[in-house]
Design a protein around this ligand. Structure first.
Ligand code: ATP
Length: 320
C-alpha cells in the first residue's frame, strides 16, 4: 500500500483535527502518502483533493472543527455520485480510505467498499457518542465538558435567584451527553429519549426539593426527549416556579478538544493506518474498556448503542 485518502464527514466534532494529524503523521512515518479530501464525500465526488505533508497538520491538535471541512452529501447516496468518487480514487491512485464521522458516514463508506472494493477504515467522530463498537467517540468528552461548564455557570445564577433552569443539550436519538453532563453537573432531573418520563413526576420532584430547602433546580433535557422551551413552559404552568431555559446548541460542537479527546483521536488515527497497512478491508477503530479495538463496519452499523441506564438511575438517586 502506497497511498491512502482521508476525509471528515457528517457533523464536525472537537478532536477531528487531532485524528487527521495522527493519520497523516503515522502514514508518513511508515512511508505512505496521504491525500486529504475536502468537504466529506462532496470533495470525493468533485475531486477536491490534495496531498498532505507533515506540515499540513502542524498546529491543529488543539483546534476544534476539521481542517478538511465536512459536509452532508446527498449525491454520495446515489450510485452515480459514488461512480464519480471511484473515478477520483483511480485518478489519485488511492488504495485505502479513512473516514472520520458518524454512522451515516460509515454507511456511505461501507456501501462504497461493497461496490468498488476499496478498503475503508472508520474513525468514530461525533459528539453524540451513539456509535456501537466504541465506548467513546471523538468529541463526546469535549461536548460533555462544555455542557458541564455551562451548567456550573447557570447554577451560580440559579442559586442567586432561586430559579429552575432547563438546560437543553444535543442528542437527537440518544441521551449520552445529557446523562454524563447531568450526573457531572448535579442536575435534579435528566430527561432522555431512552427513558419514559412524565412532567407530573418532574414537577413532583421539583416541589419536593424546594420543600426540603433546595435553592435551585437544574433539569437537563436531551433534545431528542423534547423541546426544552416546551418542557419549561409546562413546568412553569404546573408549579408557578420561575423557569428559565438555556439551549446550548452548537456551542457543544466547538471549542478546543479535551486532552482525553486528543489522546483518543491520536490512538484511533494511528490504529486506522496500521489496519489499512495490515490489509483490513472494512473496519472501524474504537476504544473498549480502555483498549483500542477494531470491529467490522457492518457489525457497527447493525447495532444500536444506548445509554447505560444504571448511570442514569445513579444520577437520579444522587439528586434526591
Ligand atoms: P453525525 O452523527 O454527526 O450526524 P453522520 O456521519 O451520521 O454524522 P450523516 O449526515 O448521517 O452524518 O451522514 C454523512 C454523510 O454520509 C451523508 O451526507 C452522505 O454523504 C453519507 N451517507 C449517509 N448515508 C448514506 C447512504 N445510505 N449511502 C451513501 N452515503 C451515505
Amino acid at each position: 500500500m502506497q497511498r491512502i485518502g482521508i476525509l471528515t464527514s457528517g457533523g464536525d466534532s472537537p478532536g477531528m483535527n487531532a485524528a487527521i494529524r495522527a493519520v497523516v503523521r503515522k502514514a508518513i512515518y511508515h512511508g505512505l502518502e496521504v491525500i486529504g479530501i475536502k468537504r466529506g464525500f462532496n470533495g470525493f465526488i468533485e475531486g477536491d483533493m490534495e496531498p498532505m505533508r507533515l506540515g499540513s497538520v502542524a498546529d491543529i491538535i488543539h483546534r476544534g472543527g476539521t481542517i478538511l471541512h465536512t459536509a452532508r452529501s446527498e449525491q454520495f447516496k446515489t450510485p452515480a455520485g459514488r461512480a464519480k468518487a471511484w473515478e477520483n480514487v483511480e485518478r489519485f491512485g488511492l488504495e485505502g480510505l479513512v473516514v472520520i464521522g458518524g454512522d451515516g458516514s460509515f454507511t456511505g463508506a461501507s456501501i462504497f467498499h461493497r461496490e468498488y472494493g476499496l478498503p475503508v477504515v472508520g474513525i468514530p467522530g461525533t459528539i453524540d457518542n451513539d456509535i456501537s463498537g466504541t465506548d467513546y467517540s471523538i468529541g463526546f468528552d469535549t461536548a460533555v465538558n462544555t455542557a458541564v461548564d455551562a451548567i456550573n455557570k447557570i447554577r451560580d445564577t440559579a442559586t442567586s435567584h432561586e430559579r429552575t433552569f432547563i438546560v437543553e443539550v444535543m442528542g437527537r436519538d440518544t441521551g449520552f451527553i445529557a446523562v454524563a453532563a447531568g450526573l457531572a453537573g448535579g442536575a435534579e432531573s435528566i430527561l432522555i429519549p431512552e427513558h419514559p418520563f412524565s412532567i407530573e413526576e418532574v414537577c413532583h420532584k421539583l416541589c419536593k426539593g424546594y420543600r426540603r430547602g433546595k435553592l435551585h433546580s437544574i433539569i437537563v433535557v436531551a433534545e431528542g426527549a423534547g423541546s426544552g422551551l416546551e418542557i419549561g413552559k409546562q413546568i412553569k404552568e404546573r408549579t408557578g416556579f420561575d423557569t428559565k431555559v438555556t439551549i446550548l446548541g452548537h456551542l457543544q460542537r466547538g471549542g478546543t478538544p479535551t486532552a482525553f479527546d486528543r489522546i483518543l483521536a491520536s490512538q484511533l488515527g494511528a490504529r486506522a493506518v496500521e489496519l489499512l497497512m495490515q490489509g483490513a478491508t472494512s473496519k472501524m477503530v474504537g476504544m473498549s474498556a480502555g483498549k483500542i479495538v477494531e470491529t467490522n463496519l457492518d457489525l457497527v452499523l447493525g447495532q444500536k448503542k444506548t445509554v447505560d441506564l444504571d448511570v442514569y438511575r445513579l444520577a437520579s438517586i444522587l439528586a434526591i
